[in-house]
Design a binder for this molecule. Structure first.
Ligand SMILES: Cc1cc2nc3c(=O)[nH]c(=O)nc-3n(C[C@H](O)[C@H](O)[C@H](O)COP(=O)(O)OP(=O)(O)OC[C@H]3O[C@@H](n4cnc5c(N)ncnc54)[C@H](O)[C@@H]3O)c2cc1C
Length: 249
């Protein structure tokens, strides 16, 4: 009880809905702010499932760390790294091994490297694309048709899925774009606006008339920037470390 005549701050009752990284971080930041300003806080985190972490779900099998959702965050957007610093776990962070800068796609139960020069949805190098077993010959020919198809009407929008299927075919969407892009937005590409998520592809289509041609033309600038694997961070025991630390408060 205060005796200096100032009224005691009323207790704030706050409910945070969802125990994914957004809800956990909101709850953590709220508790931090309440502590700093000496405000009494009654905080409840409401989670619909019996599992905390949302899409962040790490498992370990035979000594291998497996991620069912996000496997890293990027440091060019500062907030996740800042959160790790505030939680005192930034010194545990690791970045990808520069000796193995490859991504793999599972196809028919086997891991295949993403062909050299492939950028999200379209190839930029001929030989790795021709020889990859990820696509059928029919699928490859359909992708090559991107070079001849007319661009869409300027200033129109469509879903990410419709765009990739229209330019490069359904196989390119299902076997490469969907797994590569689906993870970035954690949403159904049929419901994602291309204009809102990847407007650069709309612009490239209008400017070059073809996504493959556009990527080939702009690839030298992209290469000069280097493959930026060094911007990724995770923990030796996986992204679960971040969730566990947030739960500890
Ligand atoms: C396969 C995949 C790979 C990804 N890879 C990366 C990556 O490498 N790097 C990266 O930065 N991002 C990645 N992402 C995106 C990232 O996972 C998400 O942006 C992020 O985890 C979303 O966090 P969130 O808290 O907003 O939502 P979620 O993780 O979805 O959490 C929402 C939580 O709210 C709960 N909830 C929902 N409704 C209610 C309700 N009414 N009442 C109570 N609880 C409710 C849910 O059960 C869930 O636990 C990936 C996504 C996927 C799907």
């Amino acid at each position: 009880m205060r005796t200096d005549g100032e009224p005691t701050a009323a207790k704030r009752v706050v409910g945070v809905v969802g125990g994914g990284i957004a809800g956990l971080t909101a709850a953590y930041r709220l508790s931090q702010a309440a502590q700093q300003q000496n405000l009494p806080l009654d905080l409840k985190l409401l989670e619909a499932t019996d599992c905390i972490g949302g899409l962040i779900q790490t498992t370990t099998e035979n000594g291998f760390v497996m991620e069912r959702g996000p496997d890293a965050f990027i440091t060019i957007k500062p907030w996740a790294f800042q959160l790790c610093q505030d939680l005192g776990i930034a010194d545990q962070l690791i970045s990808p091994n520069p000796n193995f800068p490859r991504s793999f796609i599972v196809r028919a139960g086997k891991l295949y490297p993403v062909p050299e020069g492939f950028y999200l949805m379209a190839p930029t190098a001929l030989w790795p694309f021709v020889t990859t077993p990820i696509f059928s010959w029919r699928g490859k020919l359909r992708m090559a048709m991107d070079l001849f198809l007319p661009p869409s009407v300027p200033d129109t929008d469509e879903s990410l899925e419709d765009f990739v299927v229209r330019r490069l075919g359904r196989e390119a969407f299902e076997r490469m774009a969907q797994p590569m892009i689906g993870g970035i937005y954690s949403a159904n590409p049929k419901e994602l606006s291309l204009k809102a998520t990847m407007p650069q592809f709309l612009q490239l289509e209008q400017r070059f008339g073809s996504i493959i041609r556009a990527l080939v033309e702009t690839m030298s600038a992209r290469r000069a920037g280097g493959v930026r694997y060094s911007i990724f961070r995770t923990f030796p025991a996986g992204m679960r470390t971040l969730v566990d630390r947030l739960v500890q408060g």
